[in-house]
Design a protein around this ligand. Structure first.
Ligand code: FAD
Length: 501
């Protein structure tokens, strides 16, 4: 059956990102795109921290960065600072860019380790531009450097106001022909023969038929679960947090926004701080088995940079994923597909990669089993790899100050993760598999930050003399220091580049 009518159910970040991207694809084709959303139900509204591929997503849509950032009150983000994770009092940054650069065909942390053994004391962070700029609260886009070939580019993402971003994309998609329908979907009709969803029915009785449905209805999974009963893989035994409370605040000390997200571990979970241009987004992700809602809110309020600027928003979730993301003629994107806590800001990224894969396999001639299977296989792999990376933050810890930390420190973890940790411990090897999202630097930063030490390094590093390594490393450190010293403060840069509207 040819695809002439695409229906997106849900208008949160997932729905409008999908609508915006598909509206580009639909141009010049005989296909209508309808998005249904309900203002009464509203959106989850809390996804504010992103990672660098999100910058590309918006670029590919042809969106002007200044306009987007001004509309979404966005700030720049260079990485995530983790506080109290390895042990109380610890802190490290997982940066977006790489540590140094490859030397002799091996990862930089191998060479750094060799040099450390030869007596050099410099921490690996001094060879990463994003970490150093973050520590000093500085920012400058690569385009704005004075032309010098020896300076590394800067890798960044945004902190965004999710509600404003969805509104911005709505304008973009509607301008390109997406039809928006306001109201609540109350039912879905399934075709008896194919098992495909034939239409959805609105509260006022209107029937909206479709050939392909994208389920962006959030945690409820209106079509993928409630209509098609696809099933859900529950991962709470590996990532036991199941609640969050979100609460924005003003920055009381009047300081500019730091160019990084902060994730501070607490007794039974962790707190995020996402600095936007005019306020901080805050939230506390926690495990209901070990902490009450009242205590979670109390901890959050005591550790925010200012007084609450709204009522607390309590959310419940089950970490895991749908058994299939694409089932019959329904593709689930966003929270309808699954959820992992925002420790590494990966949810919006999974929306982006879900859209990419959908567009890559989409054929307006119809839907095939092969499309469904490939989409499901690739997406499942992506979820599993991100899951392992998140578990690492909990499992590689020395914390023993609560039942929660004792559980996550000693719980059995997937073999894929055990293998990664063991290889790194032995000689720093990190295999980045296929299109894995997290890079060697990501894995190395978190493993070292959480206290996992390399016992040795790759023997290739021994073939480099300390004198050669010293020359290269001195140059690297010097360029990064020069660049950071000459960067403006992040707040100053934002005020000039994209002042809030
Ligand atoms: P929603 O925002 O819930 O939207 C669902 C849509 O479906 C709404 O428009 C709703 O009206 C509509 N709908 C539902 N039912 C019906 C119906 N019956 N009829 C009509 N319409 C209906 N991600 C990140 O990348 N970074 C982060 O920092 C981050 N932080 C998070 C913190 C928390 C505590 C949580 C829970 C999530 C976080 N996320 C984060 C995830 C991020 O919020 C989501 O991935 C993103 O907002 C997408 O949500 P969504 O559009 O799938 O769902």
């Amino acid at each position: 059956m040819a695809i002439e009518r695409i229906v997106i159910v849900g208008g949160g970040t997932a729905g409008w990102m999908t609508a915006a991207a598909l509206s580009r694809v639909a141009q010049g084709n005989d296909v209508t795109i309808t998005l249904i959303e309900s203002e009464m139900i509203g959106t989850v509204g809390v996804g504010e921290a992103t990672i660098p591929p999100f910058v590309e997503f918006n670029q590919l849509l042809g969106i002007d960065e200044r306009e987007l950032m001004a509309e979404a009150q966005a700030s720049f983000k260079l990485g995530i600072q983790f506080v109290n994770w390895g042990k109380i009092g610890d802190s490290y940054i997982h940066p977006f860019g790489a540590y140094g650069y490859q030397m002799g065909g091996i990862a930089f942390h191998q060479v750094w380790h060799r040099f450390r053994q030869a007596g050099d004391k410099r921490p690996i962070q001094v060879y990463n531009l994003e970490t150093m700029a973050a520590y000093f609260g500085k920012f400058l886009r690569t385009e704005d450097y004075n032309k010098r070939d020896d300076l590394p580019p800067i890798n960044y993402a945004y902190h965004i106001d999710a509600t404003r971003y969805a509104k911005f994309l709505r304008g973009y998609a509607e301008k390109r022909g997406v039809i928006r329908r306001e109201g609540r979907v109350t039912d879905a009709t399934i075709d008896g023969e194919s098992g495909f969803v034939a239409s959805v029915t609105m509260e006022d009785g209107e029937v909206i038929p479709g050939d392909l449905f994208v389920d962006c209805s959030g945690f409820r999974g209106l079509l993928i679960e409630q209509a098609l009963h696809t099933g859900y893989e529950d991962w709470r035994h590996l990532l036991p947090c199941d609640r969050a409370v979100a609460l924005p605040c003003e920055r009381e000390d009047g300081s500019g926004p730091p160019p990084y997200t902060r994730a501070t571990a607490h007794r039974a979970g962790w707190q995020w701080q996402v600095p936007l241009q005019t306020r901080n987004g805050n939230g506390h992700v926690y495990c209901s088995e070990h902490m009450s809602d009242d205590e979670a809110l109390d901890i959050l309020v005591k550790n925010m940079a200012g007084k609450p600027a709204a009522e607390p928003n309590f959310l419940r979730f089950v970490t895991g994923r749908r058994k299939k993301f694409w089932n019959k003629n329904v593709v689930a994107i966003g929270l309808a597909a699954g959820f992992m806590e925002p420790l590494e800001s990966t949810s919006i990224h999974l929306i982006h990669t879900g859209i990419n894969k959908l567009i890559a396999v989409l054929s307006l001639d119809g839907i095939t089993q092969t499309q469904e299977d490939s989409f499901n296989r690739l997406t499942a792999k992506e979820y599993n790899r991100i899951r392992d990376f998140l578990i690492l933050h909990y499992n590689a810890t020395a914390r023993d100050d609560s039942e929660f930390w004792n559980y996550v420190r000693t719980m059995p973890v997937p073999e894929t993760l055990t293998e990664k940790i063991e290889l790194f411990r032995a000689n720093g090897q990190i295999f980045r598999e296929e299109d894995e999202l997290f890079t060697e630097t990501s894995w190395a930063a978190v493993m070292m930050g959480q206290g996992i030490q390399m016992a040795g390094h790759n023997p290739v590093a021994d073939s480099m003399t300390p004198a050669t390594i010293k020359g290269e490393l001195d140059e690297m450190e010097k360029s990064i220091r020069f660049l950071v010293e000459n960067m403006p403060l992040h707040g100053e840069y934002l005020a000039k580049y994209c002042p809030t509207r």
